[in-house]
Design a binder for this molecule. Structure first.
Ligand SMILES: *[C@@H]1O[C@H](CO)[C@@H](O)[C@H](O)[C@H]1NC(C)=O
Ligand SMILES: *[C@@H]1O[C@H](CO)[C@@H](O)[C@H](O)[C@H]1NC(C)=O
Length: 165
């Protein structure tokens, strides 16, 4: 068991995979994004959720020089309406992180923080895992007391699977 886990970790940690954040269903989560140049108050950035299928991604959040999604700027995905906000007092430090409230399993997936700038566009990838991804058969085989360890290992495993290993 230990050998396999070590192997898994060694393989996985050398892959260029997005940062993984795991939360329990119903909790709030901060998706981090840090941009350069520092002061982004008069800039444009947005967050997309990468589609599971081929159709276009979901629009999660928009910041455009102080303007957010609203009646005048429609387009935000229904799934995220009223649940996502940024940190206005952190913008001058280049902090484009967002918080998603009351997460559901449907929020699981890969998110992109995109900074639109002709000179220096930047994209960040975050993988969000909501809920515990262990099923009954796994629970029976592993009689761990430490479920957070198990769920961490399984989320690493999921990353491996998703990156085609
Ligand atoms: C951005 O701000 C949020 C809210 O204060 C904080 O939790 C997060 O750590 C900050 N991220 C960075 C990269 O500074
Ligand atoms: C969280 O979401 C669930 C279903 O998605 C809903 O039933 C519940 O009222 C929400 N809780 C809060 C605090 O918004």
């Amino acid at each position: 068991m230990t050998l396999h886990v070590n192997l898994l970790i060694n393989i996985c940690f050398y892959l260029p995979v997005p940062k993984v954040i795991t939360v329990k269903e119903g909790s709030d989560v901060t998706l981090p994004c840090f941009l350069w140049p520092k002061d982004i108050r008069s800039k444009v950035f947005f967050w997309l959720k990468v589609p599971q299928t081929t159709a276009g991604g979901q629009k999660v959040f928009l910041y455009d020089n102080g303007h957010l999604y609203s009646d005048e700027r429609p387009g935000q995905s229904e799934q995220f309406k009223g649940r996502v906000s940024h940190f206005p007092d952190k913008l001058k430090q280049g902090n484009a992180s967002i918080i998603i409230r009351n997460t559901t399993r449907a929020d699981s997936g890969v998110y992109r923080c995109i900074y639109l700038d002709l000179q220096k566009p930047q994209i960040f990838h975050i993988k969000l895992v909501v809920g515990e991804y262990f099923d009954e058969t796994v629970k029976d085989v592993l009689s761990f007391k430490d479920w957070s360890l198990v769920s961490t290992l399984l989320s690493i495993f999921n990353v491996c699977l998703n990156s085609g290993l």
